[in-house]
Design a protein around this ligand. Structure first.
Ligand code: MD6
Ligand code: FE
Length: 214
C-alpha cells in the first residue's frame, strides 16, 4: 500500500482509475443539509447493526433511504423496499441527496445519474469496513457515489481481486469518491476510524453511499 498525498485542497480531484476519482470537498457546501437529512432519516429508520450471513454483527451501523434499502441477515445480503425493522418503506431520498449525487457523478464523468438507494453508514471510532465489492446491485456500471462527513478516514481502493494491491486514500469531511464503469467492481474498504471530535459531527464518521440498484 502507498499513501496518496496527504491533504489536497477543496476543488481538487484525485484520479483512482480511468472511471474512479476523489472530488475533494465537493459536498462541503451541502454538508449541513446532508446532516439534517441524515437526522430525519434516522428518526424514521434508526441506525442498526446488521448481522452478516456468517453470524457476525457488523461494526458499521446502517440505515437507508430511497426505494431500495440494503439489508443483511443470516439469509444473505439483499435490497428490500421495506425496512425489516419497521415494516414500512425506507424514507425517500431527500432532494439535496439526489442533487448532490447527480452533480458529483457528472463531475466524475457520469451524466444522468439517478440513484434509487442510499446506504447511510455510521462509524464510531475504531470501526472499520473490510475489503469488499458492492455486488448486490443489478446495475454494475452506474457509479457508486460515496460522501464522507465527520471524522476523517482512510479509504482503501484496490483491484478486482481481494488480494490485489490497494492505495490508501485519506478522506475528509465533505469529500466525495465516485467509482463506476470499468472501475465499478473494484474492492474497497475503510481502515479503523481514529478517535477524535469533528466540530459539527462529533465523535463519528458518517458516510452516504449512493447506488443504482434496479
Ligand atoms: C465508505 N463505504 O464508508 C465506503 N459499502 O467510505 C462502503 O464502501 C460501503 O460503507 C458497502 C456497505 C457499506 C459501506
Ligand atoms: Fe462498498
Amino acid at each position: 500500500m502507498h499513501d496518496l498525498f496527504a491533504d489536497p485542497a477543496p476543488g481538487r480531484r484525485t484520479a483512482l482509475g480511468p472511471q474512479a476519482c476523489v472530488l475533494h470537498g465537493f459536498a462541503l457546501a451541502d454538508a449541513d443539509a446532508l446532516l439534517a437529512g441524515i437526522a430525519a432519516i434516522a428518526a424514521q429508520a434508526p441506525f442498526r447493526h446488521l448481522v452478516t450471513p456468517g453470524g457476525h454483527v457488523m461494526q458499521v451501523a446502517m440505515t437507508n433511504c430511497g426505494t431500495h434499502g440494503w439489508c443483511s441477515d443470516r439469509r444473505g445480503y439483499r435490497y428490500d423496499r421495506i425496512d425489516p425493522q419497521s415494516g414500512r418503506p425506507w424514507p425517500p431520498l431527500p432532494p439535496v441527496f439526489l442533487q448532490l449525487a447527480a452533480d458529483a457523478a457528472r463531475e466524475a464523468g457520469f451524466d444522468g445519474y439517478v440513484p434509487d438507494a442510499c446506504l447511510v453508514n455510521r462509524y464510531a471510532p475504531g470501526t472499520r469496513l473490510s475489503l469488499h465489492q458492492d455486488r448486490d446491485e443489478d446495475d454494475r456500471v452506474a457509479p457508486i457515489v460515496s460522501v464522507s462527513l465527520g471524522l476523517p478516514a482512510t479509504f482503501l481502493f484496490g483491484g478486482f481481486a481481494r488480494g490485489d494491491r490497494t492505495v490508501r486514500v485519506p478522506l475528509q469531511h465533505g469529500d466525495v469518491v465516485a467509482w463506476g464503469g470499468v472501475d465499478r467492481m473494484r474492492f474497497h474498504g475503510v481502515l479503523p476510524v481514529r478517535p477524535g471530535q469533528h466540530e459539527t459531527v462529533g465523535a463519528q464518521r458518517l458516510n452516504l453511499t449512493f447506488r443504482k440498484v434496479r
